[in-house]
Design a protein around this ligand. Structure first.
Ligand SMILES: Nc1nc2c(c(=O)[nH]1)N[C@H]1C(S)=C(S)[C@@H](COP(=O)(O)OP(=O)(O)OC[C@H]3O[C@@H](n4cnc5c(=O)[nH]c(N)nc54)[C@H](O)[C@@H]3O)O[C@H]1N2
Ligand SMILES: Nc1nc2c(c(=O)[nH]1)N[C@H]1C(S)=C(S)[C@@H](COP(=O)(O)OP(=O)(O)OC[C@H]3O[C@@H](n4cnc5c(=O)[nH]c(N)nc54)[C@H](O)[C@@H]3O)O[C@H]1N2
Ligand code: SF4
Ligand SMILES: [Mo]
Length: 683
């Protein structure tokens, strides 16, 4: 058989923004990827991957949307008219655009506009950060778009010590799945639960939607969005009333018990009924299960963090584990942040020491308003959108689009595929997909480190992010050797390779057929308060957080209602067809997205399944296809996130309805789920 058409199977790792970071087996014929399957290299993901990667990734890499050549804009801004140029010409245009801004307003008038599209250490943030740090560009605080609220809720209690790896839930007798759509966003936890199920584990699910895992749960608590803190605080108070708190553990391992419980005792059955929409019996059943279990594992997704009281909800939910002494044994603990086990050396990789003193930082959720703010000194005059599709993923979509339409703003764009955001660029730099370059991967939902090598050559003229920024640095005359580091050197800079868990391999030399497990010291699995310990200022689990009190006035969790000015709450969690907006341009995502509505709310409006409806508020309108379902709570609409503009007749997606001025209690994060709307049949 001809060498060019013989199918080869090569190892890789999934780079998407997903907690699971699966090991992959990629079938390749010539320069083309023909199939993607799971591999057994990573024992946690163990040969299983999600449908979206199997179905859409080959199309993402080789389909019509793929960017093959550098391009410059030739039509009106935002109309998507471009023509190919050489790499040199494209880099010259970026150099010119940035230099013009710097000459007039100084380096802080340049702002990178990136998030976490690829999760490899190199593509996610390495040479690009060095470049923007050296340039003296405005810094971006990215956590408020996703993750910072949950992350800080966790670290406020435990510091930067790793939480429970998901596999350990096989040893639990009660698992609480809290705001986490396991089968869609965290697939492999499902397998753990199945195994645990054989041993008779009980499962509680707390979610406004009866998800697949909720259907199988022993107790499903269908809570109103944004009210978790009320439920968790009431549970803490009820556990105390029943004498079910672990006083010895609290004494030895926590600080701030009195302050926490003073607040918790203010919540009870009445608040649970009025605010969470749940019965006293539900609260009691939850408390009984909790009090009766030996080893409780609690998995917190990101669902809770997307509301005003999200940080408090997460902190209060996690705190139940400390209050009941559910630590110190395998299978007891909080399933969150297991990736903190890996010895990342991010400062070496990204070189924040290059940032000039006094450089300002913007919250990523504020970017639209910052771009439009004429009073800013200096204003933002040049930006580069990469690893990010903000038009499809930010709140207040219309304002962001307005900002990107600014004629005097220079926009460079860099992505693997053409997106709704890159349509606004002046210059487009085509990025290689991770199947085309080397990278090393930690994970945020498990504790393995993996490496991947290219399985095909770069498609078209595309280049890896690292090479694009290496060339940009050279174009700007940055001659320090750190701007010449090759990908092998960057991989080695990403982790402390002298750590014994690297087993003598350098990070850039981790065998492709191995996933290195990041254990606790001595090789045992991490168990909080046994072999990993709270890395907080007090060295204990901080039920009262001095830091959160100082920064946000939330030393202990509390509920802060948001005034609801429309009849329905729209929530927009993960889709099983996309990862955020990635694959939004693929065939599987073609056509109108659905909105799920409870039969009572549908009947009031004369809506039936299959109708086209307009969901609206003062910010915008979006057309969606109605699915009437009692899986959603009355008063709640459910529509998956990450759609592209073309899917709605209004030219906007649900993100146009999401407010950007409502922010979370801690970390000033986006509140995707504090979105109040009306719905009616489309005319
Ligand atoms: N309505 C609603 N919106 C939400 C949320 C919600 O709950 N509801 N949640 C949000 C959450 S959780 C998140 S994390 C954000 C994510 O928001 P985004 O970061 O914007 O979303 P992604 O689709 O993950 O990735 C962005 C882009 O990175 C590109 N990319 C991938 N690899 C590379 C590479 O190697 N180089 C370059 N240059 N580009 C690459 C992809 O093609 C993709 O277009 O969205 C938020 N938006
Ligand atoms: N298939 C797929 N997988 C993904 C992603 C994707 O887009 N698609 N995105 C990835 C990313 S970036 C992230 S951050 C994670 C996010 O994934 P998850 O952590 O699962 O977060 P969400 O999908 O936002 O919401 C999870 C669940 O929380 C529920 N929920 C919403 N509001 C509340 C609330 O106030 N309280 C409670 N208790 N539950 C609530 C929703 O109904 C949903 O079932 O998933 C990652 N995995
Ligand atoms: S998106 Fe998540 S579940 Fe799917 S292959 Fe990638 S890491 Fe695995
Ligand atoms: Mo996210």
């Amino acid at each position: 058989m001809n060498e060019a058409v013989r199918e080869l199977v090569k190892p890789s790792v999934c780079p998407l923004d997903c907690p699971d970071t699966c090991s992959l087996s990629v079938s390749v014929q010539g320069d083309r990827i023909t199939a993607i399957r799971g591999s057994k290299v990573n024992p946690f993901t163990d040969g299983v991957i999600c449908n979206k990667v199997a179905r859409s990734y080959p199309e993402f890499v080789h389909g019509a949307g793929r960017l093959m050549h550098p391009m410059k804009r030739v039509g009106p801004r935002g109309k998507g008219q471009f023509e190919p140029v050489s790499w040199d010409a494209a880099l010259d245009l970026v150099h010119e655009g940035f230099s013009r801004a710097i000459a007039q307003y100084g380096p802080q008038s340049v702002m990178p506009f990136n998030y976490a599209g690829p999760h490899g250490e190199l593509a996610g943030g390495s040479m690009d950060r060095r470049f923007f740090h050296k340039l003296g560009a405005t810094l971006l605080n990215r956590g408020p778009l996703c993750g910072a609220v949950r992350g800080t809720a966790y670290t406020s209690l435990y510091g930067s010590s790793p939480g429970m790896p998901p596999e350990q839930a096989r040893q639990s007798d009660l698992v609480v799945i809290w705001g986490n759509n396991v089968t869609v966003s965290n697939l492999h936890l499902m397998r753990v639960l199945k195994d645990a199920g054989k041993r008779g584990v009980r499962v509680v699910v707390i979610d406004p939607k009866r998800t697949k895992i909720a259907e199988r749960a022993d107790l499903f608590i269908q809570i109103r969005p944004g009210s978790d803190v009320v439920f968790a605080m009431a549970a803490a108070a009820e556990l105390e009333r029943r004498g079910a708190l672990d006083r010895a553990f609290i004494e030895e391992w926590t600080v701030g018990f009195d302050a926490f419980m003073d607040e918790a005792r203010r919540y009870g059955v009445k608040q649970v009924e009025d605010i969470c929409g749940l019965s006293a019996d539900t609260l009691m059943e939850f408390v009984e299960l909790y009090a009766g279990a030996e080893n409780v594992a609690a998995s917190f997704g990101n669902g809770i963090e997307r509301g005003r009281s999200g940080g408090s909800g997460l902190r209060a939910g996690m705190a139940l584990q400390a209050l009941t002494g559910n630590h110190g044994r395998p299978g007891a603990g909080v399933i969150a942040k297991p990736g903190l086990s890996a010895p990342k050396t991010t400062e070496r990789l990204q070189r924040p020491d290059l940032v000039p003193d006094g450089t300002r930082t913007f919250n990523i959720v504020d970017v639209a308003h910052k771009l439009l703010d004429k009073t800013l000194d200096p204003p933002v005059m040049a930006t580069m959108i990469y690893n990010h599709n903000p038009v499809c993923t930010h709140p207040d979509q219309k304002t962001l689009i307005k900002a990107l339409r600014r004629e005097d703003l220079f926009i460079a764009g860099c992505d693997v595929v053409m997106t709704d955001s890159l349509a606004f660029a002046d210059v487009i730099l085509p990025a290689a997909s991770h199947f085309e370059f080397d990278d090393v991967y930690g994970a945020y939902g498990q504790n393995y480190v993996q490496r991947a090598a290219p399985v095909i050559p770069c498609v078209g003229e595309s280049l890896p992010n690292t090479e694009i920024f290496r060339r940009l640095a050279a174009r700007f005359g940055f001659d320090d050797p750190i701007f010449k580091d090759d990908d092998a050197a960057l991989m080695d800079a990403a982790f402390d390779g002298s750590d014994e868990r690297f087993q003598g391999f350098s990070p850039g030399g981790v065998p492709l057929e191995r996933a290195l497990v990041m254990t606790a010291k001595g090789g045992s699995e991490p168990v909080m308060c046994k072999n990993v310990f709270p890395a907080t200022p007090s060295g204990r689990i901080e039920l009262y957080s001095e830091d959160l009190e100082e920064r946000f006035g939330y030393g202990v969790p509390r509920f802060e209602p948001v005034k609801r000015d429309r009849p329905l709450i729209l929530i927009s969690p993960s889709s099983d067809k996309r990862t955020n907006a990635t694959f939004g341009g693929c065939a599987e995502s073609d056509g109108m997205e659905v909105v799920e509505i409870h039969p009572d709310n549908a009947a009031e409006r004369g809506l039936t399944s299959g109708d086209q409806a307009t969901v609206s508020n003062e910010r915008g309108k979006v057309t969606l296809k109605v699915v009437v379902s009692d899986a959603v709570l009355p008063g709640v609409l459910y529509s998956p996130k990450g759609t592209w503009l073309k899917t709605s007749a209004t030219g906007n997606t649900v993100n146009a309805l999401i407010p950007s001025h409502i922010r979370t209690d801690i970390e000033d994060g986006a509140c995707y789920n504090e979105t109040f709307v009306d719905i009616e049949r489309s005319a």
